[in-house]
Design a protein around this ligand. Structure first.
Ligand code: NAD
Ligand code: DAU
Length: 347
């Protein structure tokens, strides 16, 4: 018999890609998407899913205890996958409060509701940022599931807080939990405040490409569909109580990504401007995904050179999707965030 899966944050980047993967790969299951539709949530992204009778959308805040308990009682979910979060590091540095609220309290509310109805799995979507960063001159070091949590930003601290709470609910109440910690994702539907879509959108409009500091920071990039497939495997075959690291060994310096985007779009690298660095900027992230490969047989399927071309092509053919975002609230945020940085130059 099909399962009912509550997917939170499904109107955002990774959540939406996950919703589409589930509807495609498990047509017998029902997906109930809960999303508050913050600035980062876009119902337009789910337009196709909304046509599917196996899909239900509920606009609600995961911190709203009453609404979550009512929904869980009504739907009696078999599984819960929590993507809902405030996800942008720069915003967390400007205003940490909402990050603690959504990312920690929201997780608590979802787990309390999960306990009440007795789900078979609560899955927490976490991040490699909970491990802090690695030095640039130690390419031999990687994050394993045993690496201690050591966070840098209010965002990563809120995600680490949630992870600790998930482990506590497993140990104290026996909630059947799993946690995944993934590296940087890229692909369709990513909000154009994050590095790759921001650079594509700006380059297409011949706007400056703001690289923080020297651009030497390293991120470990994974195509979003590979992340979603890994979560699907963990959900169905992963061991309760476990943490799984997800990544594809694809480390790149920020500046090289920006240069690559310029080249792919036939734009001059003169558009690149080095701006004030992010406060507390993590140097390098690098995931060791050996456990996912060994225990669940997962491997990333998309090579970066193919994934980035697909992604650039997607942003080229979906200009109305990101143009609408850029013309709204996001525009005001963008101006506040960058006007000062560009004026200051590199520091
Ligand atoms: P996103 O910002 O694109 O989407 C977040 C979604 O959550 C939005 O649809 C938003 O409306 C919704 N949301 C926010 N607050 C909510 C609330 N209180 N109640 C209900 N819905 C709410 O984020 P993303 O990049 O898709 O990330 C999804 C998850 O994956 C996050 O938990 C993030 O920490 C994690 N993650 C992201 C990456 C990455 O590279 N983007 C990598 C690893 C892990
Ligand atoms: O590692 C996983 C994390 O990846 C997720 O948990 C986060 O939700 C997600 O936002 C992402 O965090 P990052 O901070 O790594 O991603 P972001 O796209 O904001 O930045 C990537 C790198 O690019 C980082 O070193 C900062 C830099 N950067 C970013 C922006 C937006 C720039 O140089 N210029 C920019 O304008």
């Amino acid at each position: 018999m099909g399962k009912t899966i509550i997917v939170t944050g499904g109107a955002g980047f990774i959540g939406a890609n996950f919703v589409y993967l589930e509807l495609r790969e498990h047509p017998e299951d029902r997906i109930v998407c809960v999303d508050k539709l913050t600035y980062a949530g876009n119902l337009e992204t789910l337009a196709e899913a909304l046509q599917n009778p196996q899909f239900r959308f509920v606009k609600a805040d995961i911190c709203d205890r009453e609404a979550m308990f009512a929904l869980f009682r009504e739907e009696q979910p078999d599984m819960v996958v929590n993507f809902a979060a405030e996800s942008h590091v720069d915003r967390s540095i400007e205003d940490p409060g909402i990050f603690l609220q959504t990312n920690i309290i929201g997780t608590q509310v979802l787990m309390d509701a999960s306990r009440e109805v007795g789900v078979e799995r609560y899955h927490q979507v976490s991040t490699d940022e909970v491990y802090g960063d690695l030095p640039l001159d130690r390419p031999d070091l990687f994050f394993t599931e045993e690496t201690p949590l050591k966070t840098s930003s209010p965002y990563s601290s809120s995600k680490a807080g949630a992870d600790l709470l998930v482990n506590a609910y497993h140990r104290t109440y026996g909630l059947p939990t799993t946690i995944s910690r993934c590296s940087n994702n890229y692909g369709p539907y990513q909000f154009p405040e994050k590095l790759i879509p921001l650079m594509i959108a700006n380059a297409l409009e011949d706007k400056p490409l703001p690289v923080y500091g020297e651009g030497k920071n390293v991120r470990d990039w994974l195509y979003v569909e590979d992340h979603c497939k890994a979560i699907d495997l963990i959900l169905r075959q992963g061991k309760v109580g476990e943490v799984y690291n997800i990544g594809g060994h694809n480390e790149m310096h920020n500046i090289d990504i920006v240069r690559l985007i310029c080249q792919a779009l036939g734009k001059s690298e003169d558009l690149i401007v080095h701006v004030t660095d992010r406060k507390g900027h993590d140097m390098r992230y690098a995931i060791d995904p050996a456990k996912m490969q060994r225990e669940l047989g997962w491997q990333p399927e998309t090579l970066f050179r193919d994934g980035i071309q697909k992604t650039i092509q997607w942003y080229l053919t979906h200009q109305d999707w990101w143009q609408r975002i850029l013309s709204g609230d996001y525009q005001r945020y963008y101006e506040e965030m960058y006007a000062k940085r560009i004026a200051e130059g590199t520091k």
